[in-house]
Design a protein. Structure first.
Length: 501
C-alpha cells in the first residue's frame, strides 16, 4: 500500500515497454487492458487512503522533499486520478475492433504502447509534487499523443499531429520558462515548498512573469480559447478511440494543472485579487462558450463538431476557476468529471458510426438512427447531458456554475451560462434530425454493425451520465471537498471590490 503512488506511474510505463516488445496488436491489447484496469484499482485505493488519513507524501530516491522528488496525493488529484484511470480503462476495453478498423495492422502494437505511455504521462502529471517533473511527464504524454493522432489512415492525421507538436512545444517551452523563473526566485522545484516561499516575494516582477508564462503554456495544452487551434484537427483525424481518450483525459489533466498552480502554488488570493486574472479568464471563457458553440453548429464532420463543443465546454470549466468562490469552483471541478463522461460517450458513439459507414460526415448520417438505434439513443442522451438538461450530469455542474455566478452578484453571467447552453440544442438537434427523421442513406443501409463491446462501453458512459445527474453525491461531493481545499486561502469579498463571496 505504501508504494501505490509509485505504482500509479511505474505500472503503465512498464506496460508500454512490454506492448512495444510484443508488437502484435492482439497481445499488446491484452497487456494494455490488464494495465489499464489495474489503474482504477490503485486510484481508488489512493482516494480511500486520502479520505481516511489525509494527504499522502511519497519520497523518491531516498531524498526527502523538498530536495528530492515527491509524489503527493490529496483529495484534488486523487479525484483526477480516478477520473483519468477509469476513462482509460473503459476506452481500451472499447478499442480493439475500432482501432483495427481505422489503423493498419502493423501499427496496432505501437498504438497500444503509445496509449500506455500517454496514460503514464497523464497520471504522472497528476501525482507528482515537483514542478520540473510535471514538465517531464507533460512531454511524455504529449509525445505519445502526437504519435497516437498520426496513426490515423487519413493523411491529414499526420498534419494534425505536426500542428499539435508545434503548439505543444511552444506551450511546454512557456511552462518551463515560468518554472525556471520560479526556481531562480525560490531556489526550489517542490510545489509545496514554492507555495511556502512565494508570499515573501510575490510582488516582484519575476513572479508575475512566471505566472504569465505558466498560464499561457498550460492554456495552450488545455485548448483555452483562442489557443485552441490544434484541437479540432487533432480530434477529427485521430482514430475514434484515441479521440475519445484525449477528449476525456488530456485537456482535463491540463485544467487540473492550471487549478493547482493558481490556487495551491501561487495562491488564489494573489492570483485573483492582485492580478486581473479573473477578468481575463472570464472574457476568454465566455468567448469559448459562445464562439466555439456557434462554430460547432456549422460543421460538416461530426467529430469536428464535437471537437469545437469540447472547446466550449473547456470554457465552462475555466469559468468555474475564474469565479474563484467555492460554489463556482465546485461547478468547474464537477464539470471536469461530468464532461469527461459525456464527451467520452459521444466520441465512442461516433466510433460506432465510423465503424459502420467508414466516416463521420454529417451528410452521411441520414436515417442512421433507424439502423443503429442503440448507438444513436446513447448519442442523444449524452447530447442532452452536453446541453445540461435536468436529470443529466451536465445539469449538475452547470447549476453550480450559475449558483457561483449569482454568489458573486453576477446575474448577467448566470444568464450567459444558460443562453450559451441553448446553442448546444441547435447542433445536437441538428444531428438528431438527420439521424432519426430522414430516410436511411445507401451507405447506412449497407454498413456493418459495430461489435457488442463497443456499444456496451458507450452505454456504460451514457448510463453514468444519467446516474450522476440523478445522484451527484459522489461527483459533486468530491468536487466540493476539492474546492474547499483549493479555495481555503481566499478571503470572502476580496476578489471583486464591493462584491461578497
Amino acid at each position: 500500500m505504501e508504494h501505490l503512488p509509485a505504482l500509479q506511474v511505474v505500472v503503465p510505463l512498464l506496460g508500454a515497454v512490454f506492448a512495444a516488445l510484443v508488437r502484435r496488436g492482439g497481445p499488446a491489447w491484452i497487456i494494455s487492458l490488464g494495465v489499464s484496469w489495474a489503474m482504477p484499482v490503485i486510484a481508488f485505493a489512493l482516494l480511500f487512503q486520502v479520505q481516511a488519513t489525509g494527504t499522502i507524501s511519497y519520497e523518491l530516491g531516498g531524498w526527502a522533499p523538498p530536495i528530492g522528488i515527491e509524489y503527493r496525493v490529496d483529495i484534488v488529484n486523487a479525484y483526477m486520478l480516478v477520473l483519468v484511470s477509469i476513462m482509460a480503462a473503459l476506452v481500451i476495453t472499447y478499442a480493439p475492433r475500432s482501432l483495427a478498423s481505422e489503423i493498419d495492422e502493423d501499427k496496432l502494437g505501437w498504438t497500444y504502447s503509445l496509449y500506455l505511455l500517454c496514460l503514464t504521462g497523464l497520471l504522472g502529471i497528476l501525482i507528482t509534487g515537483d514542478a520540473f517533473n510535471v514538465f517531464v511527464f507533460l512531454e511524455i504524454s504529449s509525445l505519445a499523443t502526437y504519435g497516437l493522432i498520426a496513426m490515423g489512415r487519413d493523411r491529414r492525421a499526420v498534419l494534425s499531429a505536426y500542428q499539435y507538436l508545434i503548439v505543444g512545444t511552444i506551450g511546454a517551452s512557456f511552462y518551463v520558462i515560468g518554472v525556471g523563473l520560479l526556481f531562480v526566485m525560490t531556489g526550489t522545484l517542490n510545489l509545496v515548498d514554492i507555495a511556502q516561499r512565494l508570499p515573501q516575494i510575490e510582488h516582484t516582477r519575476s513572479v508575475a512573469a512566471a505566472l504569465a508564462f505558466i498560464t499561457v503554456g498550460i492554456s495552450l495544452k488545455l485548448a483555452l480559447f483562442p489557443l485552441h487551434a490544434w484541437l479540432p484537427n487533432a480530434y477529427t483525424y485521430a482514430p475514434s478511440a484515441i479521440s475519445a481518450f484525449l477528449a476525456s483525459t488530456a485537456t482535463k489533466v491540463a485544467i487540473y494543472l492550471l487549478l493547482r498552480f493558481f490556487y495551491t502554488v501561487f495562491g488564489g488570493a494573489y492570483v485573483f485579487s492582485e492580478i486581473p486574472v479573473t477578468v481575463v479568464l472570464l472574457v476568454l471563457s465566455v468567448a469559448a462558450m459562445f464562439g466555439a458553440s456557434i462554430v460547432a453548429v456549422f460543421q460538416s464532420n461530426l467529430k469536428r463538431l464535437l471537437a469545437y463543443s469540447s472547446v466550449a465546454q473547456v470554457g465552462y470549466i475555466t469559468l468555474g476557476i475564474a469565479l474563484a468562490n467555492q460554489t463556482g469552483l465546485t461547478g468547474g471541478i464537477a464539470h471536469l468529471f461530468n464532461h469527461a463522461l459525456i464527451k467520452g460517450a459521444l466520441f465512442l458513439a461516433v466510433g460506432c458510426i465510423v465503424y459502420r459507414i467508414g466516416g463521420a460526415k454529417i451528410e452521411d448520417l441520414a436515417g442512421i438512427g433507424r439502423k443503429m438505434p442503440w448507438t444513436m439513443a446513447a448519442f442523444v442522451i449524452a447530447g442532452l447531458g452536453l446541453i445540461g438538461v435536468p436529470g443529466t450530469a451536465g445539469f449538475v455542474s452547470k447549476w453550480y456554475l450559475v449558483a457561483g455566478a449569482l454568489e458573486n452578484g453576477w446575474w448577467w453571467l448566470a444568464f450567459l451560462i444558460v443562453i450559451s447552453s441553448l446553442i448546444a440544442v441547435v447542433y445536437v438537434g441538428r444531428i438528431v434530425e438527420i439521424a432519426w427523421f430522414r430516410e436511411p442513406s445507401k451507405t447506412v443501409i449497407e454498413g456493418r454493425a459495430p461489435p457488442a463491446e463497443m456499444i456496451a462501453v458507450t452505454w456504460v458512459l451514457t448510463a453514468a451520465t444519467v446516474y450522476f445527474g440523478l445522484d451527484a453525491d459522489l461527483t459533486a461531493g468530491l468536487a466540493q471537498r476539492a474546492a474547499e481545499v483549493l479555495a481555503a486561502g481566499i478571503e470572502p469579498g476580496t476578489l471583486v471590490p464591493g462584491v461578497g463571496q
